[in-house]
Design a protein around this ligand. Structure first.
Ligand SMILES: Nc1ncnc2c1ncn2[C@@H]1O[C@H](COP(=O)(O)OP(=O)(O)OP(=O)(O)O)[C@@H](O)[C@H]1O
Length: 244
């Protein structure tokens, strides 16, 4: 099993307030990794540390064996932020242009750029919308375009911050189907979510975050997950339907 991301003895504080306390974990190629925890527990902070948006107080983050700050292939890491599906409705760009713009900074050949754009839009079933203005799409459709933009650079790992917030039930289902398909095609996924029940049915590893600590369990370790959730939420949580 090859490791895609290694986190060792990671610490992070905002001023005197410690949010990440000596956390270590690995993500392997093919993992579908779900991060759950209460409001303010540090999910977004952890994700921002992984992406280099925040700098740890101490500890190490390695992608593909390289330290984050030395990493050359940043395009192998995809990211869709929490705010991606609340795009300014007046933004004057088409779906196709949103992706072309990102790729132009990475590739020279215009034919390749078009091909990669169309491939990425097909992966999220949005190719038919390529000429539509991004601002005219629904939240769920915009979200799919931003996933396509993240996919267009062929990432090995995709970071998703609360991808199902603000999208309706059908779009959530569409999203989870796309995520599953991507994961089966070899893209590792790191997904932050509030939806503990859904997460447990979708992912293969769960990270429960709270009080600075991160407890990692494979999804078939239901008892272990319940214990960790009890620690971080401070109340008794039991899963009634164990689908694993
Ligand atoms: N820039 C900042 N400066 C100071 N404290 C911050 C900053 N950003 C976040 N925090 C604090 O750090 C803690 C973790 O925040 P974070 O946004 O990572 O939590 P979260 O688990 O993603 O929360 P939510 O589920 O509400 O999105 C919170 O207590 C928050 O108030």
């Amino acid at each position: 099993m090859k490791t895609i991301l290694e986190v060792k003895n990671l610490n992070f504080s905002y001023g005197n307030y410690k949010v990440i306390d000596n956390v270590s974990f690995d993500i392997n190629y093919g993992d579908y990794f779900g991060v759950v925890g209460p409001n303010g527990s540090g999910k977004t902070t952890l994700l921002k540390l992984m992406l280099g948006i925040l700098t740890p107080s101490s500890g190490e983050i390695r992608f593909f064996g390289q330290r984050l700050k030395d990493l050359k292939e940043r395009n192998k890491i995809g990211y869709v932020s929490q705010k991606a599906n609340s795009f300014n409705v007046n933004f004057p760009a088409t779906v196709e242009e949103i992706i072309l713009f990102t790729l132009k900074s990475l590739y020279k050949n215009n034919y390749d750029i078009k091909q990669k754009t169309y491939e990425a839009l097909s992966k999220v079933d949005m190719l038919n919308y390529k000429d539509r203005l991004i601002g005219d799409l629904s939240g769920g459709q915009q979200q799919r375009v931003f996933i396509a933009r993240a996919l267009a650079t062929d990432p090995n790992i995709l970071f998703l911050d609360e991808p199902t917030v603000g999208v309706d039930y059908k779009s959530q289902e569409d999203f989870y189907n796309i995520a599953e398909k991507l994961n089966s095609s070899g893209v590792s996924i790191f997904m932050v979510s509030h939806d503990v029940g859904v997460i447990i049915n979708k992912v293969n590893k769960v990270a429960c975050i709270g009080n600075g600590k991160v407890y990692i369990h494979p999804t078939d370790e239901i008892k272990g997950i319940e214990n960790s959730l009890n620690k971080i939420y401070g109340k008794n949580i039991e899963f009634i339907n164990h689908s694993h």
